[in-house]
Design a protein around this ligand. Structure first.
Ligand SMILES: [Zn+2]
Length: 285
């Protein structure tokens, strides 16, 4: 079996995918046809319609007998939000987590990394965490060692991107040591980082440093529609760039299972990955 086929068939865990960046071109065109009468215009709340339809698609997949895709939602706080907006989003996240704990599982901070102060979002994030939501923070997308340290000290369940943490990528010895000590899993998005020029190319992606240091890493797409990629492709790019064996790739998928926010999902997905590994004679321990 060639590498791409292997990556395609490998059951995978995507833990960092923004809904508004994940619609593929074909889905957009389908939505456009379905919305032929009203047309797709930004001023008509179309993005919201797409979310609803996109969520609907995913839900129907998750409810199919084969459990082809299991999806859960993480609510985003955008760094551009003022306190009132941030509080309103947090209220909604908590409300919906209470109503649908098996759907709304977490909260995350993302958006333009040069806007907003992390400290300003701490009250909302703490409130969400106290209400049972898991936390992920986009971290170190630009050089800002103080913020990286503050974020790591907050002890989120996961960090997104984690570019400027290692000294080689704009971090400091202190930020790198803090990450190594905390072992907080980092959601890596190779193509996204290359396209947004956070890193100069696949070969120089910080995957290598984190992987070799034993930091838990998870491969993701970030915005598969925007970057015209897929999770299978990201696994393949990672394998090709860093010369990983199929066994190492499968272990990445297996290890990602333990960082799924919804603990009940973990075993379901893990079983699928283990079955795949077994079928391909890959040792799972
Ligand atoms: Zn992201």
């Amino acid at each position: 079996m060639d590498l791409f086929q292997f990556c395609r068939e490998l059951p995978k865990v995507e833990l960092h995918a923004h809904l508004n960046g994940s619609l593929s071109k074909s889905t957009m065109l389908l939505l456009k046809r379905l919305n032929a009468d009203s047309g797709i215009k930004d001023e008509t709340n179309t993005f919201m319609d797409e979310f609803v339809m996109g969520a609907g698609d995913t839900r129907s997949l998750s409810e199919n007998p084969e459990n082809l895709i299991i999806s859960r939602l993480i609510i985003s706080i955008n760094r551009t939000m003022v306190t009132a907006e941030c509080d309103a989003i947090t209220d909604l996240a908590i409300e919906y987590h209470k109503k649908y704990p098996d759907i709304v599982v977490g909260i995350e901070l993302s958006g333009n990394p040069i806007v907003g102060e992390f400290q300003n979002f701490l009250p909302a994030l703490t409130r969400a965490r106290d209400a049972g939501l898991k936390v992920s923070l986009h971290c170190g997308e630009v050089r800002n060692p103080k913020e990286v340290l503050d974020m790591i000290n907050f002890k989120p369940e996961r960090l997104g991107h984690g570019v400027c943490i290692h000294p080689k990528f704009g971090g400091t010895q202190e930020t790198w040591q803090a990450l190594c000590n905390s072992l907080i899993p980092v959601e890596l998005c190779l193509t996204s980082n290359v396209n947004t020029k956070s890193v100069s190319g696949y070969e120089s992606h910080h995957f290598k440093e984190l992987y070799e240091a034993g930091i838990p890493v998870i491969i993701n797409t970030d915005d598969k529609g925007v970057f015209a990629t897929s999770l299978s492709q990201e696994y393949m790019l990672c394998a090709e760039t860093f010369h990983l064996e199929k066994e190492q790739i499968a272990r990445l998928a297996l290890s990602a299972c333990q960082y799924i926010f919804d603990t009940e999902c973990r075993d379901t997905v893990k079983t699928k990955v283990l079955e795949f590994m077994n079928k391909h004679y890959i040792c799972s321990y």
